[in-house]
Design a protein around this ligand. Structure first.
Ligand SMILES: Cc1ncc(COP(=O)(O)O)c(C=O)c1O
Length: 257
């Protein structure tokens, strides 16, 4: 059980994800949960485990993924995080959760190239309209809005053009339009920048990059502010495998700690 006491930020970070739900033993270094499922005593126990969102099946919940999600939620100052198999898995999972056929996505024109491919070549096949405009130009953003614009999407510092967007201003435009703002925080990392505090609704990280630090693992995260639910994550699409996570990220996330 976590104690309700205020510690320094550094101490808080050190303990994020350190306590495994439902377990009394708290090893200093979390074991890798290489299992597809978790045993229960009987149907009552199963029901009780479901009730507290305990561990039953690896795809839906896994202690190692939860630990990293807890850390990302803390670092991003959000409400909830998901951990996916890559940054692209996080981006596509989140956007497909927030957009439906007939919706419009307004995205920055300078983004990581594969996002542009995803938005321009794949999303239209699902009936999702996409427009790319320069997000450093407020008039261009305003001009790109349509009545069916549901999501605005940008990067804190864009890859590879290194443009810097005023997240607060874009969030204001999005919310005035009843749309959501999704921000890719990969280049700044959640240590240097907290898009949710600036008004974004979801902050995404390719943990493969600076967050990993060791260039030895591929993973992604998405952290939502209050009220954001990740539809597709109810069935845990695109989640990260715990062995990859724990072997590489336990060590690499020491960079954050
Ligand atoms: C800014 C940015 N976002 C997302 C991605 C995709 O991340 P991943 O390679 O983990 O899928 C990248 C990859 O280079 C990136 O630079």
């Amino acid at each position: 059980m976590k104690k309700e006491r205020a510690f320094s930020r550094e101490t808080e970070i050190l303990h994020q994800g350190a306590y495994l739900q439902g377990r009394r033993d708290t090893p200093e270094n979390a074991p890798i949960y290489l299992t597809t499922a978790f045993n229960v005593d009987d149907l009552d126990d199963l029901e009780a485990t479901y009730a507290v969102k305990g561990y039953t099946y690896n795809r839906t919940r896994n202690p190692n993924r939860n630990a990293l999600a807890e850390l990302m939620t803390y670092l991003e100052k959000g409400q909830r995080s998901i951990i996916c198999g890559s940054g692209m898995a996080a981006i596509s999972t989140i956007l497909l959760s927030m957009l439906a056929s007939g919706d419009h996505l307004l995205a920055d024109s300078t983004l990581y190239g594969e996002c542009i491919t995803l938005f321009q070549k794949v999303f239209p096949t699902y009936g999702i309209e996409v427009t790319l405009v320069d997000f450093t130009d407020r008039e261009a953003i305003q001009g790109g809005l349509r009545p069916n614009t549901k999501v605005l999407y940008t990067e804190t510092i864009s890859n590879p053009m290194i443009t810097v967007v005023d997240i607060e201003a874009v969030a204001e435009i999005a919310h005035q339009h009843q749309a959501r703002l999704v921000v890719d925080n990969t280049f700044t990392t959640s240590v240097a920048m907290k898009p949710l505090e600036l008004g974004a609704d979801v902050s995404i990280n390719s943990l493969t990059k600076f967050a990993n630090g060791h260039s030895d693992a591929v993973a992604g995260s998405a952290t939502g502010s209050e009220g954001i639910t990740f539809g597709l994550m109810r069935v845990s699409v695109g989640i990260e495998n715990p062995d990859d996570l724990i072997l590489d990220f336990n060590e690499a996330l020491e960079v954050f700690k």
